[in-house]
Design a protein around this ligand. Sequence first.
Ligand SMILES: [Zn+2]
Length: 240
Amino acid sequence: MKLDILAFGAHPDDVELGCGATLAKEIANGKKVGIVDLTRGELGTRGSAETRDRESEDAAKILGVAFRTNMEFADGFFVNDKAHQMELIKIIRKYQPEIVICNAIEDRHIDHGKGSQLVSDACFLSGLLKINTKHEANEEWQTPWRPKQVYHYIQWKNLEPDFVVDVSQFIDAKMEAVLAYKTQFYNPKSQDPETPISSKNFTDSIIYRARDLGRLVGVDYAEGFTVERYTAVNSLFDLK
Ligand SMILES: [Zn+2]
């Protein structure tokens, strides 16, 4: 299956929080989108790996992605080494995305910056002819593939975006997908311990940050991204 966009997250819910509305918009525009979670989020304070498996399936249905898979790397402890890069190269070559979106380049959670660099490195290596891979042992050798663009969404820290996407029509879909992670976010009835993302302010922040980014560019809601190289346009009139 060839994809237009492959979105990676260190933990289930990273993609929804970081770029859920942008993905919903691209899917509505007819683009084929997949999600790859690097870990099952098994070290998360609230819920369990099993509850997050189910929640991430629900969120994928809400967004309408073509597929979602989990690499089952070790939450908190995965590293950016050859073994992990090779696993991601196989996925990138299998789905041949034009655009890859991944974690924030630096953040409060150590997996975010680490996952960001791991995915970015795998995207580069995936284009090299002399790295030989098979997705499954009994399948054919894969052809090299390098995505045209790697973008990074913004997470806990208020990083400065290099560009923003107008998601005014898709903020509701994003919130529905985010709140599919029922164990993770604000719920006054939950008996689980409080975490930085279980506060009401955090849930509210998803909206007010999108609203503020939108305000700065004259739309209702926006999501921000950083880039790895200059953004190029064909014409000055391409920008909103
Ligand atoms: Zn995360």
